[in-house]
Design a protein around this ligand. Structure first.
Ligand SMILES: Cc1cc2nc3c(=O)[nH]c(=O)nc-3n(C[C@H](O)[C@H](O)[C@H](O)COP(=O)(O)OP(=O)(O)OC[C@H]3O[C@@H](n4cnc5c(N)ncnc54)[C@H](O)[C@@H]3O)c2cc1C
Length: 542
């Protein structure tokens, strides 16, 4: 299709595009809209929130582009919630010095995703739903296309492309307790890594403080932004002990650790959860500003939060690490670009602030798209031998379709997956120790060996979800090992990475990014510089 008369673009997604995880986002998009707020303040909050590991050059871009992108979205049709005076309303989210999140009730991601999808349809952009990216094809150091699996037709396809922009989201499903959708299996990160791109800061995993106990369905930070309280079983607003200045609106790493500690030290309800209490806010506010929160709590916990406090516990929520890019979405691999949660620019460093991720998707997604459209028309089609394509197709054909005798093992991929996710939640979670991480790495290596011997659910039938699950587990295992190894190597505590055996931040030795590269021997790690421009590292208190 012709985009701005310049380049042909298509969108591929392994789910129907409007079912992407972005549609679950409730809280909002941070941007400086009011006169009393400033870009500098947004930059500072983000740098401090990142525990000084965020690249300040990239954070400047994120915060400066924000207001324009919010207005662009409005012109495309996003119905932002309004304040009394008719301006775009903004609410407080954690770690922000100002009510800075633009929102549409608590359906913020949903409305933006649908608006952008409508705009893409209107412009004739072709979409391929339920097409799974399997491999990025590289020849002589340059990307020339991809191998795809069309789930509905059970067919492999090769797509030629001058540029590929990955926008494939996070890897939350590596963890047993996660707020993420089932599709969030880190495919893009694992596939880019296998193709030779660098992953950065994978040890930094965000745990959201407030998920419904039992299902781990997210209760948006908007609930605390609108004034919700956290209470332990003694009825205490315990955040006074941990972050007296910001209370419930301290950043997520701080609040998640506080809740975990309250529960561990016996001040949780039934030993497992604390309460998020909205009952003092009044039924009208809950109905108007938090309708989805209310609906989710009634459906999945059986409590109406306007009347009864919700039972909550922390769970994995966001992937700070990802494919290393510059501020235009360029990876180190010629022709491969990335934006959104799959990427690491890095604007979130060691800990992301609520509302900054949706902003990242629309700011850096737009920049990557623009750059790709600008570059692609002038680039020659890569010269590829038909053998390179044939080899790749043969390999995938053997794996996906051939009903050959792959394995006689009666092991099963779901058992491997469950063990992996349990290790990640129990040993690579909110609090980490060297001993547990070492054990996690060894056990994950063992699971990788088991994975290689698994029977593959092959077959020519359409909608072979078993096969897709098998491939996704392979991605999650690659990433889990990199996350655990990175966490073991980083002997300090910073942002969401908390080592009980190294509880202090150590700027002298660890104020750097962790880069992971693939080698024949497994992942190899190196240190990358952090861009520090305006704000020198300080102690981070709230
Ligand atoms: C419940 C929840 C609430 C959140 N609330 C907020 C919030 O209020 N504010 C905020 O800033 N952030 C929030 N976040 C984080 C934020 O929503 C996400 O980081 C962001 O939406 C990710 O967008 P994305 O475009 O990078 O990826 P996604 O929206 O996850 O989309 C990924 C796309 O890639 C496709 N894909 C993946 N793998 C493949 C493959 N192998 N082949 C083909 N296609 C593939 C998927 O099908 C999907 O279409 C929330 C996250 C969750 C889980």
């Amino acid at each position: 299709m012709n985009v701005s008369g310049k380049a042909d673009a298509a969108v591929l997604s392994k789910v129907y595009p409007t079912r992407s995880h972005s549609g679950a986002a409730q809280g909002g998009f941070n941007a400086v809209m009011g006169e009393d707020d400033s870009i500098e303040a947004h930059v500072f909050d983000t740098v401090k929130g990142s525990d000084y590991l965020g690249d300040q050059e990239a954070i400047e871009v994120l915060c400066s582009d924000g207001p324009r992108v919010i207005l662009d979205l409005e012109r495309m049709g996003v119905p932002w919630t309004r304040a009394e005076d008719g301006r775009i309303a903004q609410r407080s989210l954690g770690g922000a010095g100002f009510p800075r999140a633009c929102f549409a009730a608590d359906f913020s991601g949903h409305v933006v995703l649908h608006t952008l999808y409508e705009q893409a349809l209107k412009r004739g952009v072709k979409t391929y739903p339920e097409w799974h990216l399997l491999e990025i094809l590289v020849d002589k150091g340059r990307v020339f296309g991809a191998v795809i699996y069309d789930l509905a037709r059970a067919r492999l396809e090769v797509i030629r492309a001058k540029r590929i922009v990955l926008a494939t989201g996070g890897y939350g499903r590596a963890f047993l307790k996660t707020t993420n959708g089932h599709a969030n299996t880190g495919d893009g990160m694992a596939i880019a890594y296998r193709a030779g791109a660098v992953l950065s800061d994978m040890e930094f995993v965000q745990f959201h403080p407030t998920t419904l106990y039992g299902t781990n369905i997210l209760i948006s930070e908007a609930a605390r932004g609108e004034g919700g309280y956290l209470r332990n079983a003694l009825g205490e607003r315990f955040m006074a002990e941990y972050a007296p200045g910001k209370m419930e609106l301290a950043p997520r790493d701080v609040v998640a650790r506080a809740i975990f500690k309250e529960i561990k030290e016996g001040r949780g309800f039934e030993g497992h959860y604390v309460h998020l209490d909205l009952t003092h806010l009044g039924e009208r506010l809950v109905a108007e500003r938090l309708p989805q929160v209310r609906d989710l709590a009634i459906r999945y916990s059986g409590v109406d939060p306007a009347r009864v406090p919700m039972p909550i516990e922390p769970a994995q929520h966001y992937s700070m690490g990802g494919v290393r890019t510059d501020v235009w979405g360029m990876t180190g691999l010629e022709g491969l670009m990335a934006a959104g949660e799959v990427a690491n620019v890095s604007v979130h460093g060691a800990n992301r602030l609520g509302g900054n991720s949706l902003l990242e998707t629309v700011v850096f997604g737009a920049r990557a798209g623009r750059k790709a459209a600008e570059l692609a028309p002038g680039e020659p089609w890569p010269d590829v031998s038909s053998n390179t394509v044939k080899d790749a197709l043969d390999r995938w054909n053997r794996l996906c379709l051939a009903p050959s005798a792959h394995s006689r093992s009666d092991d099963d991929q779901f058992a491997v997956r469950r063990e992996m996710a349990t290790i990640m939640t129990n040993q690579v979670g909110v609090f980490r120790t060297g001993v547990e991480l070492e054990d996690a790495v060894a056990r994950l290596e063992g699971l990788r060996k088991r994975y290689r011997d698994l029977p593959v659910p092959v077959g020519p039938q359409p909608f072979n979800y078993g096969l897709m699950d098998y491939i996704e587990v392979g991605h999650l295992l690659d990433l889990s090992e990199i996350i655990a190894r990175g966490a073991l190597a980083r002997r300090e505590s910073r942002g969401a990475h908390y080592r009980l055996d190294f509880p202090q931040r150590d700027d002298r030795n660890w104020l750097h990014h962790t880069f992971a590269h693939t080698t024949d021997r497994g992942p190899e790690f190196s240190a990358g510089p952090v861009s520090i421009t305006r704000f020198q590292p300080q102690e981070r208190g709230y």
